[in-house]
Design a protein around this ligand. Structure first.
Ligand SMILES: O=C(O)c1cccc(C(=O)CC[C@H]2O[C@@H](n3cnc4c(=O)[nH]cnc43)[C@H](O)[C@@H]2O)c1
Length: 212
């Protein structure tokens, strides 16, 4: 299985949890473009039956508090679109492209069950939310949104090009809302990431990806 993370501390947490022989971890850099490029490069280099976008994230209250594990049942490009006189329209509404990738439901259930995760849409943004107004806007546009991060949709787009299923697993380091650096709990989120990967049902996930 290919695991794509943004930064080295996430890669270390994944490897501590999963064990180096069970996953291939690629450190892609921050944001959807870096994530898509690195995922495509890794899949072109070596085929994998399953891709997992992983790392820390902002959690939408009250669904996903700090330290929670989130598994995406939808991987959504939340700011890919245009501001129009009628408000934000995404590229699908504008008539080109897609803004949603939906991981295989059986694999989502398997992963969430093993890691004790909250299941819900995970938003991919290019700009970290920094106000209550923006958080409310995103939550209204994406009912049930559990988390936001910056790479999932890039990973899923690249995987789709290769015909490979993609999942997203996040652990929450901060609340989506007003910017408050003092409230980030990155260590706690990395600890939760390590624990989630130590509980990963590798064989069943791979079976599901290959046969499901
Ligand atoms: O400067 C800020 O206010 C700020 C707030 C939260 C996160 C950042 C980052 O630069 C981290 C980006 C990195 O971590 C993931 N991440 C973690 N929390 C969030 C979030 O609330 N919204 C979006 N992404 C988040 C992300 O996937 C990146 O890899 C800065």
């Amino acid at each position: 299985m290919l695991v794509v993370v943004a930064v080295a501390t996430e890669a270390e947490a994944v490897l501590r949890g999963a064990g180096a022989d069970r996953v291939r971890v690629v450190t892609a850099g921050v944001g959807p473009a870096a994530a898509a490029a690195a995922t495509a490069f890794a899949l072109a280099e070596q085929p994998h039956p399953l891709v997992l976008s992983a790392g820390i994230a902002g959690g939408f209250a009250p669904r996903a508090p700090i330290g929670a594990v989130v598994v995406a049942d939808a991987i959504l490009a939340a700011d890919l679109g245009a501001q129009t006189p009628d408000g934000f329209q995404d590229v699908a509404e504008l008539g080109f492209g897609t803004v949603a990738r939906r991981p295989p439901p059986a694999a989502v259930a398997l992963l969430a069950g093993a890691t004790g995760a909250v299941v819900g849409p995970v938003l991919t943004v290019s700009t970290v939310t920094g106000s209550a107004e923006r958080a409310a806007e995103l939550a209204a546009r994406h009912p049930g949104a559990a988390a936001e991060a910056m790479e999932g949709f890039g990973v899923a787009e690249a995987a789709a090009r290769f015909g490979v299923p993609a999942l997203e697993l996040r652990t929450v380091s901060n609340a989506v809302g007003p910017r408050d650096r003092a409230a980030w709990r990155i260590g706690e989120a990395l600890g939760a990431l390590e624990r989630a990967f130590s509980a990963l049902p590798h064989h069943r996930l791979l079976e599901e990806a290959l046969n499901g």
